[in-house]
Design a protein around this ligand. Structure first.
Ligand code: GAR
Length: 195
């Protein structure tokens, strides 16, 4: 079987993208990353892609800071198709995916989110968890649908919240687990993808 061709969308540091690269390099994930796209020109994920020799590009969102215009989504779909991506992994991508991309990659877009969904969807879920005073949170890999962090769940891991946690310490503990479950969730769904 040929390695799974993955496209990645990210807006930030790209540590989850790095975790996928590391899993591929170690031989534990039979995949290759064919394209990285970011809506943030200065995002570290693009530097990481460049360093790893992976094609990358900036998504033109027409000057919108939060909206993900339909034309931009279509251009991402076109670029991912042209790169031969079979699965799109959102790795800290902060815009909502809608029809053009969902139709181009049905049940083939997944996301990693820093909470045990359906708890704490949306932005900075680790802050939401700490502010809510819960003793446990975690992370989730799920299929993307048109909602915000609502698609079917593939894998979750719980993480304890300690009384002396800060936003940063809690996010770091969640991210350690994200880096483990993202490659493992992909491995789990590979047999379900028609190729
Ligand atoms: C991760 O914690 C990821 O779960 C979160 O953004 C961070 C990106 O970190 N995503 C979301 O909150 C999506 N709703 P990274 O750029 O280092 O991978």
């Amino acid at each position: 079987m040929q390695p799974l061709r993955i496209g990645v969308l990210g807006s930030g540091s790209g540590s989850n993208f790095q975790a996928l690269l590391d899993a591929i390099a170690s031989g534990s994930l039979p995949a290759e990353i064919v394209l990285v796209m970011s809506d943030v020109p200065e995002a570290r994920i693009l530097e990481r892609a460049h360093f790893a020799g992976i094609p990358s590009s900036v998504i033109d969102c027409g000057g919108h800071t939060k909206k993900f215009p339909l034309a931009s989504q279509q251009s991402v779909a076109d670029a991912m198709m042209a790169a031969g991506a079979e699965l799109i992994c959102l790795a800290g991508f902060m815009r909502l995916i809608k029809t053009p991309l969902l139709h181009a990659f049905p049940k083939r877009i997944i996301n990693i989110h820093p909470s045990i969904l359906p708890a704490f969807p949306g932005l900075e879920a680790w802050k939401q968890a700490l502010d809510a005073g819960v003793t446990e949170t975690g992370c989730t890999v799920h299929y993307v649908d048109a909602g915000m962090d609502t698609g079917p769940i593939i894998q979750q891991v719980k993480v304890p919240v300690y009384t002396n946690d800060t936003y940063a310490s809690l996010h770091a503990r969640i991210q350690e687990q994200e880096h483990v479950i993202y490659p493992s969730a992909i491995l789990k769904i590979i047999p379900t993808l028609t190729r």
